[in-house]
Unconditional design. Structure first.
Length: 95
């Protein structure tokens, strides 16, 4: 098996919701470490809007994969099907 950057980028777009969620969490941690304790009330709103912004990406993939069979991506490490994106949506709405 050889390294194919094109395949990793093509398959990596499938984990875009997780990457965006990680990016927002990292941003909140950095901003929380920099701001004084009195100014940290805005972090809750930042996390709320970050979660709301990620929901459309999950919905896009969920609607795109409706009725399609699951397929492995990223060398078989991640399974992509509508059920996976449905539970990602449930997690984001619950958060």
């Amino acid at each position: 098996m050889s390294f194919d950057a094109g395949m990793i980028l093509k398959d990596g777009i499938v984990i875009l919701p997780e990457l965006l969620l990680f990016g927002f969490a990292f941003l909140i941690l950095i901003v929380g470490a920099i701001l004084p304790k009195e100014s940290r009330k805005s972090l809750g709103w930042l996390s709320f809007f970050g979660t709301i912004l990620i929901i459309p990406t999950v919905m896009r993939y969920l609607l795109q994969l409706e009725g399609a069979a699951g397929s492995p991506v990223l060398f078989g490490d991640v399974a992509v099907d509508a059920l996976a994106f449905f539970f990602k949506l449930i997690f984001l709405v619950g958060a």
